[in-house]
Design a protein around this ligand. Structure first.
Ligand SMILES: [Ca+2]
Ligand SMILES: [Ca+2]
Length: 187
C-alpha cells in the first residue's frame, strides 16, 4: 500500500496534464462576455447552458480590485450545466467525489440552487447557497457526473474558483480519490 501511495504521488507530481485530480478553475484571463464551453476540458470540465440549447455561460470580469473574473449564465438568471468528463474522451463522464466553488458576491445576496446528478441522471444532492459562501460538496465516492446551477428567488448568480477531485483510475481499478493535492490555474 505504501509503495502504491508513493507511486501515485510520483504520478501526480509528474502529471500536470488532463489526468490531474485537483485544480482550480478561476475564469481569469478572459474578457467579459467570453462564452465558456470546453476551455477547461484538460481538467475534465465542460460548461453549457441548460436546458440543452440555451446559450453557454460566459465570463464577467469585475476587475482585480473586486471579484475578478467570474462565470455567469448568458442572461444572469438561466441555468448552467457543468459536466465532469474524461479529458481524453469527453463523451464519457469521469465522475468526481468532491466539488467546491465560490458564490462570491457580498454586496447583495445571491442564491444558487445546486443540483448534482450521477451518470444516469439520478439526483444525488441538492442545496441552496446564500452568498457569500464557498459551497463544498463531498459525496464520499466518485459519483458526481454533472451539476446544474440556477438562480433562486430571481436573483442573478455567478460562480468562481471551481475545484473538484477527480479520481485517477489505475489499471488495477485503484482510485486515487482525494489523496492528491496539486492545483493549477489555466492561464
Ligand atoms: Ca476568478
Ligand atoms: Ca433561472
Amino acid at each position: 500500500m505504501r509503495s502504491l501511495a508513493a507511486l501515485i504521488i510520483v504520478a501526480i507530481l509528474a502529471g500536470g496534464t488532463g489526468d490531474a485530480s485537483s485544480y482550480v478553475i478561476d475564469f481569469e484571463g478572459y474578457p467579459s462576455g467570453t462564452q465558456i464551453t470546453d476551455q477547461y476540458l484538460s481538467y475534465g470540465v465542460l460548461f453549457s447552458g441548460y436546458p440543452p440549447g440555451e446559450s453557454p455561460p460566459m465570463t464577467e470580469d469585475y476587475g482585480a480590485g473586486s471579484y475578478g473574473s467570474v462565470l455567469r449564465s448568458h442572461d444572469w438568471y438561466s441555468a448552467m450545466r457543468i459536466e465532469f468528463v474524461d479529458p481524453l474522451n469527453p463523451t464519457f463522464y469521469l465522475p468526481v467525489s468532491h466539488i467546491e466553488f465560490d458564490n462570491p458576491i457580498d454586496s447583495e445576496v445571491d442564491y444558487i440552487a445546486v443540483e448534482v446528478f450521477d451518470a444516469s441522471g439520478q439526483l444525488l444532492y441538492s442545496y441552496t447557497s446564500t452568498s457569500p459562501e464557498r459551497v463544498v460538496i463531498d459525496l464520499g465516492a466518485p459519483v458526481a457526473a454533472y451539476m446544474i446551477l440556477d438562480d433562486s428567488a430571481s436573483t442573478a448568480y455567478v460562480i468562481d474558483n471551481l475545484e473538484t477531485d477527480s479520481p485517477i483510475v489505475f489499471f488495477d481499478g485503484f482510485e486515487s480519490g482525494d489523496v492528491s493535492a496539486w492545483s493549477a490555474t489555466v492561464p
